[in-house]
Design a protein around this ligand. Structure first.
Ligand code: TMP
Length: 235
């Protein structure tokens, strides 16, 4: 598998075409941003962690019947993935209150939600990824009713599988963000990444944050937190 032309460079990843029109190569960078790019920095080794952890999670989810874009890990930073059209939604799944939910609803961080909270944001950096509901999604044609329902049920199943897995390595899965893509035959599959950039991970015993909040909030120990998550996954 060979990298051809650069198709897209995002804040944390580059995407390349390959000789196979149905396969792209994702290359994970160490660049870190927060607050829609307002805060910029580097987390040394992050690209390696996010690549290997995402692939680990995609393989785990695939085994449990969740279709993903994962094809093959090529090296420590690069992975072959299926070409998809990304559904322009960020799907946020929340088990405990934290971050923007805590701010918006005045809930102390760590408050257990009675039921899982699912939120959608419209993927648009110029607008700061505004939250949208089903009506907005349908009215703007971002996804169909069937696609929203499928994305919601896949996200809840992924949450159940991820809660159970992370619990087994002493990590409390507070919340996370998913993105889905559509394949050339119209199937909805899990895409993007699952990493400390896109999830909140708290140590079960100490509550210590093992994710990108350490960077967002200038807490220090950022690289160490990413390395600790790798260790817990046995990577
Ligand atoms: P939030 O509390 O800031 O809305 O974040 C919820 C979850 O989504 C958290 O695990 C971090 C993740 N997230 C992303 O992956 N990308 C983003 O751009 C944002 C805002 C959050």
């Amino acid at each position: 598998m060979q990298k051809k032309e650069l198709l897209y460079e995002g804040k944390a990843k580059k995407v390349y075409k390959t000789e196979d029109p149905e396969v792209y190569i994702v290359s994970y960078k160490d660049d870190a941003t927060a607050f829609n790019g307002l805060k910029k920095g580097t987390i040394v080794g992050k690209g390696v962690v996010n690549n290997q952890m995402s692939n680990f999670m995609f393989r785990l989810l695939e085994k449990q019947g969740i279709p993903t874009h994962y094809v093959e890990e090529l090296d420590e930073r690069e992975t072959a993935v299926k070409r998809v059209d990304i559904v322009p939604l960020e799907v946020i799944v929340r088990n405990k209150a934290a971050g923007s939910l805590s701010k918006r609803l005045g809930l102390a961080e760590g408050t257990q939600m009675k039921t899982t909270v699912l939120e959608f944001s419209y993927k648009n950096d110029d607008l700061g990824d505004p939250m949208v509901n089903d009506y907005h999604i349908l009215a703007m044609g971002l996804a169909t009713r069937e696609e929203i329902d499928q994305i919601a049920s896949m996200s809840l199943k992924i949450n159940d599988l991820m809660i159970e897995f992370f619990r087994s390595v002493n990590v409390d899965l507070i919340d996370f963000k998913l993105e889905f893509g559509k394949t050339s035959d119209g199937a909805i599959i899990l895409a993007d990444e699952i990493s400390p950039d896109t999830c909140r991970f708290w140590d079960v015993n100490t509550g210590e944050k093992l994710d990108k909040d350490r960077f967002r909030r200038d807490m220090g120990g950022v690289e160490e937190a990413y390395a600790e998550m790798m260790k817990r996954l046995g990577l």
